[in-house]
Design a protein around this ligand. Structure first.
Ligand SMILES: [Zn+2]
Length: 308
């Protein structure tokens, strides 16, 4: 059934993306991320983003950027060009493991966040890439190729992560447009994840044409509840991704607490929401991450039984 038709009739559960790796090797970490999410009963899972952090994961496969390690930022050393859809191999492995058991999201770090996380090598510092918006535009075109590949490979949803949006001081409307460029022509449901305090950016996000689900942290940031109105969301055809467990805290919220918090979300935003954790779970111990997902799914089931 079409995901958008299910929203409002069911309370769909999903994740933001990353999952703990600990000391596991790549194969084992990916398998555990996928099977844990399935065991918890998540409706739309991720591949766990276990290969690298959310920047390296993408820039390692862009022509013209070199990774430097030692916690130095990757840097631009030549003309940027699309090379390879970075996460496709992880996505396909996750798809094989999860086929028929749940839906699977394809996740891409957004061009603005990537632009602030890379440097320009000194000899290229006087190039076109010195213009922030030019650089973001080039990255958006490259990431658009990633999005199309993930859709072709069977992604049930494409998500763009722009954690830096909550820190933007100016030019938000323009930056938001680059998200539309990444998602241009994508037919499957689309989601934009922005964590942090969204009070300065949320109005700009309502103008997005190609991203329909606006996903934010609410559990760790109650101020975010006082942003969109239900009317805002309906008139702009937007759905809230409701972060309802705190990914910064190493304790597992009770089912009751999560259930009550979801009711709070519905009070503010209406029933057209999906639920997920506040942010990625990479830094949590895996038992905690799994416990949070399990309780979130059970809480969502209770809310669904009562209200949907
Ligand atoms: Zn986040």
């Amino acid at each position: 059934m079409d995901l958008y038709k299910e929203i409002g009739r069911k309370l769909i559960t999903t994740v933001v993306g990353s999952y703990p790796v600990d000391s596991l090797n790549y194969e084992d970490a990916l398998t555990r991320a996928v099977t844990n999410q399935i065991d918890a009963g998540i409706g739309i899972i991720s591949d766990g983003q276990i290969r690298a952090n959310l920047i390296d994961l993408f820039v390692q496969d862009i022509e013209g950027i070199e990774l430097r390690g030692n916690s130095l930022k990757p840097r631009i050393v030549g003309d940027l060009a699309y090379k390879y859809p970075s996460t496709i191999d992880d996505f396909l492995k996750a798809k094989k493991l999860s086929e028929g058991k749940c839906k699977l999201a394809g996740i891409i770090t957004g061009p603005t966040t990537i632009s602030y996380s890379i440097d320009i090598a000194p000899k290229f510092s006087l190039t076109k890439y010195n213009s922030r918006n030019y650089l973001i535009g080039e990255l958006a075109d490259i990431l658009h190729e990633n999005a199309k590949e993930l859709e072709r490979a069977g992604a049930d949803l494409i998500q763009i992560d722009e954690p830096c949006f909550s820190l933007l001081q100016k030019g938000a409307d323009q930056k938001v447009k680059f998200v539309d460029r990444v998602l241009e022509g994508i037919k499957v449901p689309t989601k934009l994840h922005v964590c942090g305090n969204i009070s300065k950016i949320y109005k700009s996000l309502l103008n997005l044409e190609n991203a329909n689900i606006l996903d934010h942290e609410f559990s760790g940031n109650h101020n975010n509840l006082n942003t969109y109105s239900e009317e805002d969301l309906i008139s702009n055809e937007k759905i809230i991704g409701f972060g309802c467990v705190n990914t910064m805290r190493e304790t597992i919220e009770s089912i009751e607490d999560i259930e009550n918090f979801i009711y709070k979300g519905i009070e503010h935003f209406g029933k057209n929401i999906i639920v997920d954790p506040d942010c990625g779970m990479r830094l949590l111990p895996y038992e905690i991450a799994l416990g949070k997902l399990k309780n979130m799914v059970l809480a969502a089931k209770r809310v669904e039984e009562k209200l949907y």
